[in-house]
Design a protein around this ligand. Structure first.
Ligand SMILES: Nc1ncnc2c1ncn2[C@@H]1O[C@H](COP(=O)(O)OP(=O)(O)OP(=O)(O)O)[C@@H](O)[C@H]1O
Length: 322
């Protein structure tokens, strides 16, 4: 897989302002269970959005509705300018989908199957986007060059996941859906996968992915969406969510063999004063802001136990793009 792109947090905003996904008041009811109760968000071209939420929150349901695989109960949804419920083959050819896992086609060889699947995209090649992706380039991009002639059924778990990603991007999608794409990848493969996703975003592919790995969400996402209780209760860059969840930083230090800890909204000023007062006697200094994990766990816990009304949480975490 390609690597070496800068972290999205450090990048300038994603190029272009076109809206690729627009969701308003999306509702989904399975028989008597209301799973989505008014979901709203947008995604722009080249943006990487990570959808977080506890098991059963409705992430896969949301993604399947956007992919056109599941009919919604209510609400407005536009994906690449089309209502997914009415998307045709031409529209579908512009999407890439990596599902949680599938185990078919074990007897096919890696290169053969990618070339075969790629051939479906030939009619959808345009002046701007040449479809499909050249198989050798694709194999190199996902790090499977050495496995090109192996049978799919003999790939290791991590290689299989790379292959799933290759299948998802062989048609050079403008919008890529990834449902837990890094489950089962080793740290190196995960890192390479992150490079691949950033590379795709740099080339203006919009990515909507789910993960339960908060560090991964923090690294990859231009914006994080948190789905709890059937609604998006937070929507923004990782640092912004953490800042909004807790304005205070925790400062820890030791002095004369004793440990100290202080919560403060102005850690720089606090630390300056600390050194003015105690100078060299200060050791083990640590300044820590709430991490995305702290923010996420607090939010989910509060919303699930009902200690914060959903409307208040939504306000606290910003409704900017909804
Ligand atoms: N076809 C279905 N029929 C009835 N209920 C369903 C169906 N699909 C999903 N559900 C229910 O909808 C809820 C949301 O499921 P969904 O798979 O969308 O959650 P998720 O956020 O993707 O979960 P996970 O993190 O575990 O993958 C769950 O309570 C699930 O049992």
């Amino acid at each position: 897989m390609t690597t070496g792109h800068a972290s999205p947090g450090a990048d300038s905003p994603p190029p272009g302002g076109d809206t690729v996904i627009a969701v308003r008041d999306l509702r989904m009811r399975y028989r008597t269970q209301d799973v989505l109760k008014g979901v709203g968000f947008t995604a722009r071209r080249g943006e990487v959005l990570v959808l977080l939420g506890p098991n059963g929150a409705g992430k896969t349901t949301t993604i399947e509705i956007l992919e056109g695989f599941r009919m919604r109960s209510d609400g407005e949804v536009t994906v690449l300018g089309t209502d997914p419920a009415r998307g045709d083959e031409r529209w579908r050819a512009r999407l890439g989908v990596v599902l949680q896992s599938w185990r078919d086609h074990g007897k096919w060889r890696v290169r053969e199957l990618l070339a075969h699947l790629g051939s479906y995209y030939v009619p959808y090649s345009t002046g701007l986007i040449r479809r499909p992706w050249d198989v050798d380039e694709l194999l190199a991009a996902v790090g499977l060059t050495e496995q090109a002639d192996k049978r799919v059924g003999t790939l290791s778990g991590g290689q299989r996941r790379r292959f799933d990603v290759a299948v998802g991007i062989v048609g050079r999608p403008e919008l890529l859906f990834l449902d837990e794409p890094t489950a089962g990848l080793d740290p190196e493969a995960r890192n390479e996968f992150h490079g691949l996703v950033r590379g795709l975003a740099d080339e203006n592919t919009t990515v909507l992915m789910t993960t339960h790995d908060l560090a991964e969400a923090e690294r990859l996402a231009h914006r994080i969406l948190i789905l709890v209780g059937g609604r998006i209760v937070a929507d923004g860059p990782a640092e912004e969510l953490s800042r909004q969840a807790s304005a205070d930083a925790t400062v820890r230090w030791t002095r004369d063999g004793r440990r100290f800890e202080e919560s403060t909204a102005e850690p720089t000023r606090f630390v300056r004063r600390l050194f003015e007062e105690h100078g060299e006697a200060i050791g083990g200094l640590e300044v820590r802001r709430a991490s995305l994990e702290d923010t996420y766990l607090t939010m989910v816990r509060e919303l699930e136990t009902g200690s914060v009304p959903e409307e208040r949480a939504a306000r606290a975490f910003g409704e900017g793009s909804r």
